[in-house]
Design a protein around this ligand. Sequence first.
Ligand SMILES: Cc1cc2nc3c(=O)[nH]c(=O)nc-3n(C[C@H](O)[C@H](O)[C@H](O)COP(=O)(O)O)c2cc1C
Length: 332
Amino acid sequence: MRFLTKIILYFLRLLPAEISSKISLVSLELIFKISSFSSKYLDKENLKKEFFGLEFPNRVGLAAGLDKEGKYFVSLGQLGFGFVEVGTFTPLPQSGNEYPRLKRLKNRSLINRLGFNNPGIHSGIKNISSLKNKYKGIVGISIGKNKKTSNEQAYKDYLYCLKTAYEVADYIALNISSPNTENLRDLSSKNYLENLLSEINQEAIKLCSKHSKYTPLLLKISPDENEDLIPFIIDTSLKYNISGFIVSNTTYGEKENLKGGISGNLLKEKSIKMLKLVSKFNKKKAVIISSGGIMTKEDLNERYMLGADLFQIYTGFVYDGPKIIDELLSDS
Ligand SMILES: Cc1cc2nc3c(=O)[nH]c(=O)nc-3n(C[C@H](O)[C@H](O)[C@H](O)COP(=O)(O)O)c2cc1C
């Protein structure tokens, strides 16, 4: 079955467009239904780590955006990921931007302008709830705003998603850094961030007592963020009980006639620069997840030295399939 899984995931490498990715996910899911495989990396005592009171089977996770529906995280996770971030979900379903919207680039990179295509938070949570007990790892849920919602009203979208996801999620990631929703990244500016995080914090306190459960909140940061704003973003986040930072999302650019978010090798340098800045001002107060161009064990080690506690991959997995999990988690 492991061999079959490898063959199926091989197609992720060939990814000419979203359809290949979808076929790979559906096939992987089918194989999982037949064989219920489970990676050794989910059971190794020496790899386990605790963050925000949650036990992570290991430090390597799958970044948001591959399972946008909450249907595939179990089979993906059971390949060996210590955590899987599902979504990004918005209050209402969205079809996303027009095609083509995902391309492979040279140098093991991707460009996408998907634009939060997702079935809406209610469907997403329904899917996740019905499957969650089959996965041994941690499930993060990424939330965002609908395209049509103005930045002035955006906090309402985040509150709506927060309420819907709070009980089911192991952690919630606030995605204010996707380059594919117009003006979304302005939410980290002084005009919006304080109000957004204050509203979210007030609601989270209520939800914590209502559900007798604490769900940590993380903020996902753009690699294109204005460097001068980083101290403000970190201080405001810590003031409103943000428990972690995901550094970073994709970087905005134009390649092969597509304007969108660039990931993989071409993102590496910017992601590292942002990690250094966030580590400096965070002063080890919140947990840091490094995401962006982690393609090898050397990349992972470098991020660890720069202050990252956990690691997420996306593009490396698309290019290499499950063998990248082996490489990142092996002892060497
Ligand atoms: C096709 C695609 C879709 C993505 N969708 C999302 C998303 O919905 N939410 C999000 O927070 N990040 C999304 N991302 C960003 C990834 O989660 C990750 O942060 C980024 O790709 C950098 O990691 P990588 O270089 O290992 O790919 C997406 C990335 C790609 C390539």
